[in-house]
Design a protein around this ligand. Structure first.
Ligand code: GSH
Length: 230
């Protein structure tokens, strides 16, 4: 079914997350992409817990955000959503098939080669902090990230962006690197730190981040502080 060119766009995000996650929740990628292409959108803010229940579960089988609705089309997975926005509204994907294929390649590199190492650090250091294996695992988890970042840094070299102009792949890669904030791991490579800063300096990113932060209007779920030992 063709996508209605005038359909309104609605995405989902959380109304509350712990401080360590603010600025990192993946709805930011979708907001940023929509800002880059100049599309208005509405946000449905979910209280924590609602992501695991109907009706959200019907939109996102894994009970997560973000989701994206545009007329009859519903999508989940932030990478798929960003690529769709690129295809649909232009500017985030290059026109030629070869350049476009390379952008998709780099999008997968961001989400499938670099991001898993970053997620592993968050899981080990934060979500499993009270487990006996947390501290002993950290060195190897960080070493894996160092290896990936050194490889990314070598390939990026003096380039401004991963392949040609700023693209959906850069948007995704910059948000992945942001997941390492406070660790000093990105800053160990001047070119990667500058690359991330270039992405974050884009007006579309700044608008997306500001709206993302303004969405945290809710309260923590009952028992959160007790469960987290805070
Ligand atoms: N691969 C998914 C991951 C989505 C994801 O991990 N979302 C997080 C927020 S950034 C979430 O909703 N987590 C809640 C949960 O898993 O319970 C994507 O990129 O959209």
């Amino acid at each position: 079914m063709p996508v209605d060119p005038h359909a309104a766009i609605t995405i989902t995000a959380y109304d509350w997350v712990p401080d360590f996650a603010k600025g990192l929740v993946r709805d930011l990628r979708v907001r940023w992409a929509l800002e880059e292409v100049g599309q208005d959108y509405a946000v449905r803010l979910l209280p924590q817990g609602d992501q695991k229940r109907e009706p959200h579960r019907a939109l996102q089988p894994f009970g997560q955000v973000p989701t994206y609705q545009e007329g009859e089309l519903t999508l989940f997975e932030s990478g798929a959503i960003v690529l769709h926005i690129g295809e649909r509204f232009g500017t985030l994907l290059p026109a030629g098939p070869a350049a476009r294929a390379r952008t998709v390649e780099w999008a997968f590199a961001a989400l499938n080669t670099v991001e898993p190492t970053v997620t592993d650090l968050a899981l080990t250091a934060i979500f499993e902090a009270d487990q006996s294996w947390s501290k002993p695992r950290l060195p190897v988890v960080k070493e894996r990230i160092r290896e990936r970042l050194a490889e990314l840094s070598d390939r990026l070299g003096e380039r401004q962006w991963l392949d040609g102009d700023f693209s959906a792949a850069d948007l995704l890669m910059v948000t992945v690197l942001r997941g390492l904030r406070g660790t000093g791991l990105v800053e160990a490579h001047a070119n990667l730190a500058a690359y991330q800063a270039r992405g974050e300096a884009r007006p579309a990113f700044q608008r997306a981040l500001s709206d993302h932060m303004a969405g945290f209007t809710g309260k923590p779920p009952k028992g959160w502080e007790r469960e987290e030992g805070r």
